[in-house]
Design a protein around this ligand. Structure first.
Ligand code: ATP
Length: 299
């Protein structure tokens, strides 16, 4: 049994995000097309002889107790299986926090995968996903990864064929957006039909491996709240589209924006412009990446 596991917790973007309605219990029913991208947090698990869970992270403002999703993920499994030994979790965060890229959920997913392996709990991927939803709605998807349709509150997952590869530029403005604020201000039950993104059209475009059609169908109903409040989101989208992106969209509840490019040089130019150039005031973190479609593994 290994005493040290090195894992990668990949982030996601939403190629499409729709909110169908607010349920009576306060949860929102969603339909989302999820896609893993090649940016990740490094998650190291170290077995300890003494019991208990400890967390260490390079971002001093993140909690290191049960308010950290990585801690909670370990606790959930270790309590259920009465694991006597302890665990130290080292989180090196590269994914932007509170950004719509499911960073915390992905850390939790990696920890669940790793704890299952390290302590030989014998849980299947499906069994991990069932438990993951107790930590957060995006955790089952982060365990599964790849291209997927996500429904319900995010726990009903249908794998889709991997997205045709393209170049992705991701930019996060220097603002924080609370997911709760965005959902509360959406007034989901009053949306007009034309305000809903075409999730079935996006699914069909992915099945047909038709990248221009995918780009055409990008849509996120939460832009109605976040982009309305923060004009910088629209500004970044414009920079990406003017620079040659097939299209650009806000991910999750924002404020992260991504653009899809077929031309690598155009992607590189937009990346440099937002990172170092004349438009660098718009974004605090900028990345150039691809879609990532490999299953969870030790690496
Ligand atoms: P989503 O795409 O699911 O909306 P997000 O990118 O908006 O996710 P996260 O980065 O996962 O949000 O974090 C949101 C909040 O969760 C932060 O304010 C942070 O304090 C808390 N949090 C708890 N654990 C973690 C973690 N391991 N990494 C990042 N944030 C965490």
């Amino acid at each position: 049994m290994g005493n040290h596991l090195k894992l990668k917790a990949y982030g996601k973007i939403n190629l499409a995000l729709d909110v169908l309605r607010k349920r009576e219990d306060g949860y929102h029913e969603v339909r989302m097309i999820m896609q893993t991208v090649g940016i990740y947090d490094q998650v190291d698990l170290l077995r300890k002889r003494e019991p208990g869970i400890t967390v260490e992270t390079n971002l001093t403002y993140l909690p290191v107790n049960e308010n950290n999703l990585a801690y909670r993920a370990a606790q959930l499994l270790m309590e259920e299986f009465s694991v006597k030994q302890g665990l130290h979790i080292q989180l090196r965060k590269f994914l932007p926090v509170a950004a719509g890229m499911a960073g915390g959920s992905s850390d939790a997913a990696a920890v669940m995968f790793g704890v299952n392996k390290m302590f030989q709990l014998g849980l299947s991927t499906e069994a991990l996903m069932e438990r993951g939803v107790k930590i957060g709605a995006d955790v089952p998807y982060c365990i599964m990864r790849g291209t997927a349709l996500s429904e319900g509150i995010g726990e009903k997952l249908t794998p889709l064929p991997p997205m045709p590869q393209c170049h992705v530029v991701i930019a996060k403005p220097g603002i924080s957006v609370s997911t709760r604020y965005v959902y509360e201000n959406l007034h989901a039950n009053e949306l007009k039909p034309e305000q809903h993104p075409d999730i079935d059209g996006m699914t069909a475009a992915i099945q047909a491996q038709d990248l221009p059609q995918v780009a055409d169908k990008l849509g996120n109903v939460l832009e109605l709240v976040t982009a309305e409040r923060y004009p910088v989101i629209q500004e970044i989208k414009e920079v990406m589209k003017m620079g040659g992106a097939l299209n650009a969209l806000m991910s999750g509840s924002g404020p992260t924006v991504f653009g899809l490019f077929t031309d690598p040089d155009a992607a590189q130019r937009v990346y440099e412009e937002l990172r170092y150039g004349t438009r660098s005031r718009l974004a605090k973190q900028v990345y150039r990446t691809n879609f990532y479609n490999t299953r969870q593994e030790e690496s």
